[in-house]
Ligand binder design. Sequence first.
Ligand code: BGC
Length: 380
Amino acid sequence: MFHMKKIVAFAHVLLAGFSACVVSPTPREHAPIDKERVSAFSDTINKKPVRLYTLKNKNGMTVEISNYGATLVAIHVPDKNGSSKNVLLGYDDINGYYSGKSYFGCVVGRYANRIAKGSFTLDGNVYQLPQNDGLNSLHGGGNSIDKQVWDARIMNDAIRFTIVMKDGENGYPGNVKLTVVYSLRADNSLVIDYSALTDKSTILNISNHAYFNLSGDPSQSILDHEIKINADAFTPVDSTLIPTGELKTVAGTPFDFLTAKKIGRDIDNQDQQLIFGKGYDHNFVLNKSGDGIPAVEVENKTTGIKMDVRTTQPGIQFYTGNFLNGTEKGRAVAYQFRTGFCLETQQFPDAPNQPNFPSAVLRPGETWKSRTSYTFSVVK
Ligand code: BGC
């Protein structure tokens, strides 16, 4: 029996090794696969394989992705001295992702961020979603696509994940086929292409919930990172973090990041919005700008690592890890208050209940598409 178990375990690691393909233009540059790590992220759920995939380019960037939640598990980039730093918060094995409550690196939907009281009306029908954040519904209402196994397909320098969100699942109407493609470019850009189709009118807001710490050391606070956000306005919230509907100018507020400043500079100001969010946890209304101009630029002076975020989405949730409190663990630390920040590109939170916000409705026959890229460079 023991012997049998051992063979099965070995076959499992072997199989995992095959599917954990490291994609790069020439097979000779494939990185050696860390078998132990691959094994720690391999499993089977309802007969579906859970695997760790790795994208690697020639400029020292490596990205690990699980098909559980289409989750970014690690992003290694070179720092100003040429040594590799993992700039992502994450767990050490797949079990961490099963039980994790902070949405580390995963794709969130069917409606990212909050819907007030978990309720919305579409074409005269009232829909009720799970209320998993006080009275509100957060990131699809719990046990959503972030807690499911996606189908994966390895492409040239990319991995494509697909999932079907069923009609009625978590209360949402319509069968929605969602595709997320992660591509790693030679210029150290990780490009995420999202697309979706529905068979009934529905609402949709899909994002990635990666937590970054560009120091590469997740025991360090993110408050010394310098950030610039190309947004003249943000959407203020009530005490339950539901937008009031106002688009408020950032001028003269702690939300003005039009010129780069430290995340921590104003974060503890006695500002009602910062008190509600316990820090920044707000949607920024991105200025329309050319493709080349980043929506956000963030930099850590110690490592010199800089990240530019570009997106086709109208908004971005800047969340400074205010709910991290040491209960989630990984990378040899307990993740503490404000040791990671998220830049979740998105439709505006609660848009289905907010007539002034851009519509987040998807109709049959339409294809919803969006693209977000995270580009890493070094400032010496
Ligand atoms: C929300 C936060 C929430 C976090 C983790 C963010 O998108 O804006 O309020 O705590 O996700 O769930």
